[in-house]
Design a protein around this ligand. Structure first.
Ligand code: HEC
Ligand code: HEC
Ligand code: HEC
Ligand code: HEC
Length: 152
């Protein structure tokens, strides 16, 4: 080694460590990143098949309307006309497919609050009430019909 390089040994050691680090990174990347990653962009292509294979939870609004035409009529022209059935009733694909014929009803103590309890960040256009002040200990459904909520 030329005389002038004698004091550079630490630099080569450092470069060597970097080299080893990069090699470990490349090997780890090769082991850990799935082979089909990146086929459709920054995404694991096989995930699509896995998601499609999951059982359906929500039946969708149209399916409820096929059988429960009476409820559709009750809601017509009310402010709840376009609130999806499953927003309150929860996912009911097993019911719409005929597997579960007694799906149960939403819990009247909690069902209205996610949309109507007063919150500072909520847009003013969404009707909201101070629950304690407005209802006390009464249930919302003691006074409001969920499928036609305005009290005439
Ligand atoms: C294939 C027809 C069919 C579809 C689709 C369907 N239902 Fe039903 N549903 C019924 C029948 C039949 C009953 C039992 C009879 C009854 O009480 O009305 C029932 C009962 C219910 C009940 C319980 C009624 C009670 O008195 O306990 C609820 C709540 C309900 N359905 C909501 C829904 C919602 C929400 C959807 C859409 C996700 C839906 N249903 C889709 C036919 C259907
Ligand atoms: C805003 C929340 C909400 C929405 C949206 C909603 N429901 Fe309900 N539904 C309820 C509640 C709460 C009850 C229970 C009422 C009770 O126990 O008196 C109920 C009861 C029912 C029942 C039992 C029969 C009855 O009249 O009490 C059926 C059937 C039903 N809903 C179907 C539907 C269908 C179909 C849709 C969509 C077209 C829908 N619901 C949308 C809250 C809702
Ligand atoms: C998934 C959200 C959601 C849930 C849950 C919900 N609502 Fe609503 N509600 C709405 C929306 C959206 C409107 C209409 C806002 C608008 O267009 O002004 C509304 C409007 C109303 C109004 C005003 C009616 C009018 O004609 O002025 C009342 C009262 C009401 N809801 C009561 C209830 C009650 C009682 C429950 C529980 C049984 C309930 N809501 C559950 C979304 C919801
Ligand atoms: C003692 C009867 C009673 C009870 C219980 C009750 N309400 Fe009301 N609510 C009313 C009356 C009366 C009105 C005014 C008439 C209307 O808009 O339907 C009203 C209006 C509303 C409005 C419309 C407010 C607006 O700014 O337009 C909402 C939203 C509402 N109630 C939600 C609820 C919720 C959520 C509960 C349960 C925590 C509940 N109410 C319980 C009687 C009641």
């Amino acid at each position: 080694m030329p005389r002038g390089f004698r004091n550079y040994a630490h630099v080569f050691r450092m470069a060597g460590l970097f080299g080893i680090g990069i090699a470990i990174f490349l090997v780890a990347r090769w082991i850990l990143v799935p082979a089909d990653f990146g086929r459709y962009g920054f995404y694991r292509a096989g995930a699509l098949k896995e998601i499609v294979a999951q059982p359906m939870a929500y039946a969708g609004h149209e399916s409820c309307a096929e059988c429960h035409t009476d409820i559709i009529d009750q809601r017509k022209g009310t402010k709840h006309e376009h609130v999806n059935c499953e927003a309150c009733h929860g996912p009911l694909a097993t019911h719409a497919s005929g597997d579960v014929m007694k799906p149960g009803k939403p819990d009247p103590k909690t069902v209205c609050l996610p949309c109507h309890a007063r919150m500072d960040g909520r847009p003013k256009s969404q009707p909201q009430v101070d629950v304690k002040e407005h209802a006390g200990d009464a249930l919302c459904t003691d006074c409001h019909k969920p499928h036609s909520p305005k009290i005439q």
